[in-house]
Design a protein around this ligand. Structure first.
Ligand SMILES: C[S@@+](CC[C@H](N)C(=O)[O-])C[C@H]1O[C@@H](n2cnc3c(N)ncnc32)[C@H](O)[C@@H]1O
Length: 282
């Protein structure tokens, strides 16, 4: 069977099973089993696919269509900030919203070398992407999940930032350290009662510890803000990703903790999704 026929067959099956991204998913899965890029299928639509590759492809298509397994977990990788990160079910799949946070920080700290703390590092996508851009920066990344730290460490080695990032198993509740110029966090922020409304692929496969933000979704956010006060340098910056609709509440928590909002960043749908703030010093 030829590549274009197989991609069409896979895509049709995914569409029938209500997968919105059916074409790209089918292309990505074929690309992974053949080791050929998606572009090569566009350039040559009649590449020959071996029976073994067809079998592997059909197996992945079935897992995507029937079990709703996310493509990133099927491929064990996700592109973020144009970098390939290893991922598995122990880490949240890096999201495009988080790239907006990275983008604003890269712009703000261009030509500087801030000492960075990443709280809840997951795959390590935020701090590793930042350090790929800010070549002289160093940082610390913490997470309460040992399994996530294993993946983050692996990504850091592959992407050659291992000499500039220290990964530490710790909760932000009891993390004591030196002071940082920049503290960044994309904490779990889904309200517990809303977890059941998430897409099947998310609630079935992504780690609950990366999603569950407690009763109002802001349990970990509160801890991040409260504890950042003690480990942020004068003129340091706290950069947070927040959930859609959480701006007012998070803004109040920041104010209560003497933070001063400096920049708000909207996502592609124009919702406020990132807050950059610094401490008021009297
Ligand atoms: C939403 S995920 C973010 C992962 C990654 N930074 C990203 O943006 O893709 C939140 C991460 O915070 C970690 N986490 C949850 N509670 C924590 C806590 N109290 N202290 C430190 N990390 C925590 C989870 O294990 C998870 O890896």
């Amino acid at each position: 069977m030829k590549s274009n026929e197989l991609i069409k067959k896979g895509s049709d099956f995914l569409k029938k099973n209500k997968i919105k991204s059916h074409v790209i998913d089918s292309e990505l899965l074929l690309s992974s089993v053949t080791g050929k890029s998606r572009e090569s299928f566009l350039l040559n639509s009649s590449l020959k696919i071996s029976p073994n590759q067809i079998k592997s492809f059909n197996n992945l298509i079935a897992r995507r269509a029937l079990k709703k397994e996310p493509v990133a977990y099927l491929l064990n990788e996700k592109e973020f900030w144009s970098i390939k990160f290893d991922v598995n079910k122990d880490v949240l799949i890096p999201r495009p919203e988080t790239e907006i946070l990275v983008e604003s920080l890269v712009r703000y700290y261009k030509d500087c070398n801030p000492f960075i703390l990443d709280i809840g590092t997951g795959s390590g996508c935020i701090i590793i992407s930042l350090l790929q851009e800010l070549k002289k920066s160093k940082g610390v990344a913490i997470d309460i999940s040992n399994k996530a730290l294993k993946i983050a460490n692996k990504n850091s080695k592959t992407l050659k930032t291992q000499n500039r990032i220290k990964f530490v198993k710790a909760s932000i509740s009891n993390f004591k350290s030196l002071k940082f110029d920049l503290i960044v966090s994309n904490p779990p922020y889904i309200a517990r009662h809303q977890l059941k409304n998430l897409d099947v692929g998310i609630k079935k496969f992504e780690p609950k510890i990366a999603l569950d933000g407690g009763n109002d979704g802001l349990d970990v956010m509160r801890k991040v803000i409260y504890n950042s006060r003690k480990i942020l340098k004068i003129n340091g910056m706290l950069a947070l990703e927040i959930g859609n609709g959480q701006y007012k509440k998070v803004s109040q928590i920041l104010k209560l903790n003497k933070f001063n909002e400096k920049f708000l960043i909207n996502d592609y749908k124009n919702n406020i999704r990132c807050i950059l703030s610094s401490l008021n010093h009297y």
